[in-house]
Design a protein around this ligand. Sequence first.
Ligand code: PEP
Length: 254
Amino acid sequence: MRKKIIAGNWKMNFTPARAAEFANSLVNTIDDAADNVEVVLCVPYVAIDHVQYELDGTDIKVGAQNMHAEDKGEFTGEISGEMLAAMCVPYVIIGHSERRKYYNESDTDVNKKAHKALEMYITPIVCVGETLEQRKNGEVDNVLTQQTHLALVNFKTEDIPKIVIAYEPIWAIGTGETATPEQAQAACKKIRSVIKHEFGEDAAEAIRILYGGSVNPSNANELFAQPDIDGGLVGGASQKLSFAEVVKAGQANA
Ligand code: PEP
């Protein structure tokens, strides 16, 4: 049985003080709901310790939104996996479409970062997903096959359950347009079949695959009820107190 993950992505929002204040309010609304799902808040680097402090003693985890693939060196402005591990960060988003788009992250970068994250005992949440144009051209399966394959190059079968994949159709991120439960299920099933083909049935059954793209309290329940959707990566709606409703939807479908 795969434990669902409800992960929030706060993106470049909230100062450390505001993040702490918001986390403090959130914890009062979702702590009870968090015991049969994993709840992770991926916050800006500078807010990690503030939010950890607020969430101390709860089951809610604090993750990061990106990391560099190298341990150290002349990479001005970057943060390494080693640094995140030193801050006891258990999850990191890798290859979010905004990073692929604005910072030219390639599938090779995504693969390198995912390897480094696991080496640091940090669970990578690896994002894959098609553009609207690719969907219109009927390329969804090909894109997902390619991105999933390239993200997982050189991993061993036993590593696969330690990785999380997030299916995030780019056209649904931050747009208010959500994939239908059927579209999201079909895509997550496809990703699982790619993993089965490459790593075998046990690995495919164990890996958690999230859906992300305008998840909100009204659509979360139907999305999380799909058999191949193991939770959500939630942007905008994780920055509101009603995120608790999304967590509850995860719990209801645990
Ligand atoms: C995201 O940032 O990964 C995301 C899915 O954002 P939103 O929920 O706002 O579409």
